[in-house]
Design a protein around this ligand. Structure first.
Ligand code: ADP
Ligand code: ZN
Ligand code: ZN
Length: 655
């Protein structure tokens, strides 16, 4: 028997092997095959009687992984879509479905007795839904077949309760449910909630923080249909689920649903495609829906469900205060101190880790830049080092200016470390916990920090955007946001959307239980419509304005984008490739397609790589897709030096 195998290779073709005891039931199974002098993992795509190659040249399959069920028709449908839409080779797309342990040639075998991650939680009955919530659950369950539901409600309005109730009904019908969340950080709280609600339910949590073998075991439980519920981050959107009955995407606007390397998919968008293919309902939830989803809700393609009130009667919306920047004693300091004195918790949010983003010579103006990237080095206090947040390089802070010898070097700007120090001076009694990539990078660090917060061992949190997502800190009643103005002047057309989402999420941290919340934002532009909308809790109108603006300027969601990126250690090679790419694009261009000139990436040089990009835009998705397909093929035949690489990013989030 001749076996057609697709491999983890950057090309869209099948390879023929000889299979001795292969049967049609093996189609869709992982195999280990010889490749050059080594071996590779692939997936069986088809069987056939004859090969167009001489049989004596074909090699035999080394091993078939029969302990893993094969991919089935519905899995292939999703893989083929993802491969086509994201312009990524089929073999590599198919292999991204499998957990890493199964993609290694040394193989992996499931444990015969494997312990479910059933938490030892007491069953806690879920709160009675209020009328608004119940109405939404009923509306979701009333529709059979494919439907996209957008549940929009401020933080604490009870969205999660809505999804869980809808999921419960689907589980009771004997179906599997997939619940996607943007960040690993969000899973512990949701895991606990699921465990308390359904102590008997076999379910798994899939994310990259569990060990490879454990992840493979859980993945297999999902694929075999044993796990009835999968809670996972973006990577789990491709998990085979034979009896899938509903998908839920929590915080659907979150940019971490977009994979930024390899198969550059949006887990939210793929989830919608998956629901469509499987004729299932999908529920998207957010306090700040993406403009894409918002527009679809406005045009009626999605069903919009709004939660207007906070679930707990006593919980009020936080009050917003705007304070000028650069005060020697900021206006928020007294309220902050009073909050701590009342035994409540506060959060000061700044979007930069480290001590200070700039080290400058007071004599000649020299600044510390990374040798490998086109960015400044960030000063880190405790280890007295300079660090590049893009390539990770570290060096010690120079004793004197490398350019003029002056010993007076100063820092400019603030990071979490400097802020922490400043707060310690102002509020010596405060028990401060810093929450940023530096303090939370260790395994389990987030869980420890979270426990400290819940047990009130700390009362003042200093953090970056890592803390703002979806956490429920009942004692947190005051939030201060520093450096908020940055995004107002960004050239990225999504900057205000993102900032609005972020500020709303940060503000949503304040005053969740029965303590009224206060949010202080430092800004030099208090009259800006964004702050005014935030103050009046009028996101909807602001979103409408944003949509009008996007329509005028022709940006998404009123057009579709793809970005070609190229990087090379040799600058001229990157430029040369982009010139060729431009020529090929012009040859293939059709009316209705806008091809922008190649430009240096925002971060021109990163880790020694010179980075270039070019944008292609169209008002019609199909037109863009047809162009990309042809363009990718011709780009594939451009000769590249060893030092040059390129990729295509469809629906890029940053351009
Ligand atoms: P969201 O997901 O919108 O932030 P949650 O579903 O997490 O909101 O609800 C916020 C808080 O309110 C949670 O502590 C939740 O248990 C509680 N809650 C939600 N719905 C109700 C309800 N109908 N009755 C009482 N408490 C509720
Ligand atoms: Zn100098
Ligand atoms: Zn660097």
């Amino acid at each position: 028997m001749i076996v057609e195998v697709i491999l983890d290779l950057p090309m869209n073709r099948r390879f023929d092997y000889i299979g001795v005891d292969v049967t049609p039931a093996d189609c869709g199974r992982c195999v280990r095959v010889p490749w050059g002098k080594g071996e590779k993992i692939g997936v069986i795509r088809a069987l056939k009687a004859v090969s167009e190659y001489p049989v004596e040249k074909l090699k035999p399959i080394l091993e078939i992984w029969r302990h893993v069920p094969p991919l089935i028709v519905q899995d292939w449908k999703l893989i083929e879509f993802a491969s086509r839409y994201y312009q990524y080779p089929l073999g590599q797309t198919a292999l991204s479905v499998f957990p890493p342990a199964l993609r290694r040639t040394k193989g992996w075998h499931p444990k015969r007795v494997w312990k479910w991650n059933r938490h030892k939680e007491e069953k806690v009955s879920s709160p009675c839904l209020n009328a608004e919530q119940q109405g939404i659950v009923d509306a979701i369950l009333a529709k059979t077949g494919f439907a996209v539901h957008l549940v929009y409600g401020i933080t604490g309005s009870g969205k999660t309760e809505v999804y869980l109730s809808a999921m419960e009904a689907v589980l009771a019908r004997g179906k599997q449910v997939l619940l996607l969340v943007p960040e690993i950080n969000l899973t512990p709280q949701l895991e606990a909630r699921i465990a308390r609600r359904w102590p008997e339910l076999p379910w798994v949590s899939l994310n990259s923080s569990v060990s490879e073998t454990e992840r493979a075991q859980r993945w297999l439980a999902a694929q075999r249909g044993e796990a009835r519920l999968v809670l996972g981050t973006r990577l789990s959107v491709l998990t085979p689920l034979p009896e899938l009955g509903m998908i839920v995407v929590d915080e659907e606007h979150d940019t971490s649903f977009k994979q930024q390397e390899g198969l550059r998919y949006s887990a939210r968008d793929l989830a919608i495609v998956r629901a469509h293919q499987g004729d299932l309902p999908i529920v998207l939830g957010s306090a700040t829906p993406s403009l894409e989803s918002w527009m679809n809700a406005q045009t009626g393609r999605y069903h919009l469900h709004v939660l207007r009130h906070r679930a707990l009667d006593r919980a009020r919306l936080p009050q917003l205060h705007l304070a000028p920047t650069k005060q020697s004693e900021p206006l928020w300091l007294k309220p902050l101190a009073a909050t701590l004195a009342r035994g409540e918790q506060a959060l000061v949010f700044i979007n930069r880790r480290g001590y200070a983003p700039v080290l400058i010579c007071t004599g000649c103006g020299w600044q510390a830049f990374c040798r490998h990237c086109s960015v400044r080095m960030v000063v880190h206090r405790h280890e007295r080092s300079l660090r590049c947040h893009h390539c990770g390089v570290r060096e010690s802070v120079p004793e004197s200016c490398p350019s003029c010898g002056n010993v007076y070097l100063e820092t400019r700007g603030d990071g979490t470390q400097k802020l922490e120090g400043q707060l310690r001076e102002w509020l010596p009694e405060a028990r401060i916990q810093r929450l940023d990539a530096d303090t939370l990078s260790r395994q389990g660090a987030w869980r420890t920090a979270f426990e400290k917060i819940v047990q009130r061992k700390v009362n003042l949190l200093v953090g970056t955007q890592l803390v703002v997502k979806g956490h429920d800190f009942p004692q947190l009643s005051l939030v201060v946001v520093l450096n908020a103005d940055q995004a107002l002047f960004s050239s990225d057309f999504r900057a205000t959307e993102r900032m609005m989402a972020q500020l709303t999420q940060v503000a949503g941290r304040a005053g969740r239980a029965d303590i009224p919340g206060h949010v202080w934002i430092e800004t030099d532009y208090p009259e800006h419509p964004l702050y005014q909308a935030l103050r009046a809790h009028e996101i909807e109108e602001f979103w409408q304005q944003e949509l009008t603006l996007r329509q005028k300027t022709g940006w998404p969601p009123y057009s579709y984008l793809a970005l070609l990126r190229c990087e090379s250690s040799v600058q001229s090679a990157a430029d040369e490739f982009m010139t060729k790419a431009m020529g090929l694009a012009q040859d293939l261009a059709q009316p209705g397609l806008v091809i922008y000139d190649p430009v240096p990436a925002l971060l021109q040089r990163k880790a020694g790589q010179h980075r270039r990009q070019m944008l292609v835009q169209s008002g019609e998705r199909g037109r863009l897709q047809a162009f990309l397909q042809a363009w990718r093929e011709s780009l594939g035949s451009v000769k590249l030096g060893r030092h040059t690489r390129w990729n295509l990013d469809v629906d890029p989030l940053e351009c």
